[in-house]
Design a protein around this ligand. Structure first.
Ligand code: CO8
Length: 243
């Protein structure tokens, strides 16, 4: 799957809906046992959740948007397929969540590309299931420090922390991803799938059990004037940085 929503593959409601439908179709296709996720936009894997979806919209819209974010994660983290992220560009916040939700992460070895859950830098808080997914990859201490600081880790540091599994030159990324996929697909599906479920079920079940509450929390949080102000200031900062 190649993300192609220029300029930055931000995860809008439309993008998330299409992504989830795409995953569902592949999941239901018995001929498909694995998926490599990458980007067709140069230098960007995904810029994370589309901030404009969280600014100045109705309560109903926030609810619909958040349900779509949850749906995407439940499908990807809970997928029976082998999932490999070929991270060929920057990958903040929701983009990082997508990579973290895969079984294996390969990143282009370009120190200009960074990855991490930088929510704190926006004045917002990563939800518990973003945090759980992160902890399951890098461990509690690294996740705690990185989340509090809202760190975006350049590719070499991301590899040192275990946030990505390996770095390869960008031109070798897809070749490497295919080799990793072949290695994972060499195992019998049922054993691999049951093992994956065993490792991930508790975290998935926690969101499923608290899904409506999580939506309510998001709506309350994002509707606060202080949070709206932080998000607007962050968007301004992005625009200023550009000029
Ligand atoms: N949402 C919406 N628009 C965005 C986003 C985004 N996430 N990221 C970039 N854009 C826009 C920019 O404003 C700019 O718009 P315009 O052309 O109109 O000025 C355009 O995309 C291009 O952006 P840049 O010029 O910045 O492009 P660069 O190639 O220089 O940089 C980056 C690309 C590195 C991706 C950079 O744009 C960036 O850092 N973006 C912000 C990424 C970010 O911080 N995302 C966090 C989103 S929040 C999230 O995913 C989880 C939230 C959890 C919810 C918690 C509960 C409230």
């Amino acid at each position: 799957m190649k993300f192609k929503s220029p300029p930055v593959n931000s995860l809008s409601l439309e993008f998330l809906t299409e992504f989830s439908i795409g995953l569902e179709k592949l999941e239901n296709n018995r001929a498909c046992r694995g998926v490599i996720i990458t980007s067709a936009v140069p230098k960007i894997f995904s810029s994370g959740l589309d901030i404009t979806e969280m600014c100045g919209k109705s309560v109903e819209h926030y609810g619909e948007f958040w349900r779509a974010v949850q749906e995407m994660w439940l499908r990807l983290y809970g997928s029976n397929m082998v999932t490999v992220a070929a991270v060929n560009g920057s990958s903040p916040a929701g983009g990082c969540l997508i990579a973290l939700s895969c079984d294996y992460r390969i990143m282009a070895e370009n120190p200009k590309f960074s990855i991490g859950l930088n929510e704190a830098q926006l004045g917002i808080v990563a939800p518990f299931w973003f945090k759980d997914t992160f902890v399951n990859v890098v461990g509690h201490r690294i996740a705690e420090r990185s989340l509090q600081l809202g760190s975006l880790h350049p590719a070499p540091e991301a590899q040192r922390l275990g946030l990505v599994d390996e770095l390869v030159p960008e031109e070798k990324l897809m070749e490497k991803a295919a080799a990793v996929m072949a290695q994972w697909l060499a195992l019998p599906d049922h054993a691999r799938q049951l093992t994956k479920t065993m490792m991930r079920k508790a975290v998935l079940d926690r969101l499923v059990a608290h899904r409506e509450e999580d939506i309510k929390n998001f709506i309350t949080f994002v509707s606060k004037e202080s949070i709206q102000k932080s998000l607007r200031m962050y968007m301004e900062m992005l625009k200023k940085r550009k000029s």
